[in-house]
Design a protein. Sequence first.
Length: 153
Amino acid sequence: MTTATPQQTKEYQSVKAPYGLGYRIKILSQLMGRNFQEKLDPYGLTPFHWLVLCCLWEQDGAATSELCDRLRQVGGTLTGVVDRMEERGLVRRERDSSDRRVWRIWLTQEGRELEEVLPPLAWELCEQTMHGFSPQEREIVSKWINQMILNLS
């Protein structure tokens, strides 16, 4: 077993919780998730419902597999969420007319109407999170996060 040198111990300090980047990103994610959940509670929604709605607002009628790919989720996880959204009357499922193996997810009127209500709530949280950052700094943070995700994908 190799013993870390004093220099390595100092270098490694930056990766140990609570200083490590992963840990701090986890804390940020938890705080943002908790705050967003509070904003969604009056609508009986979760952050995962929000993600599915966002995808469908961009591409209504997306196949379940397309949603899984976009959200980087396994099918079973998404299926349960879509089940609950269907029960709530936010979406409906239909078989693809050209490929009966494919299920497409469509927004209902209620699901479409939430596009007027929910994005401002997400905007408020983003503004609160990025308070004190210039527009240029916000863009840089976004680029860095995208690059980190790409690096690990």
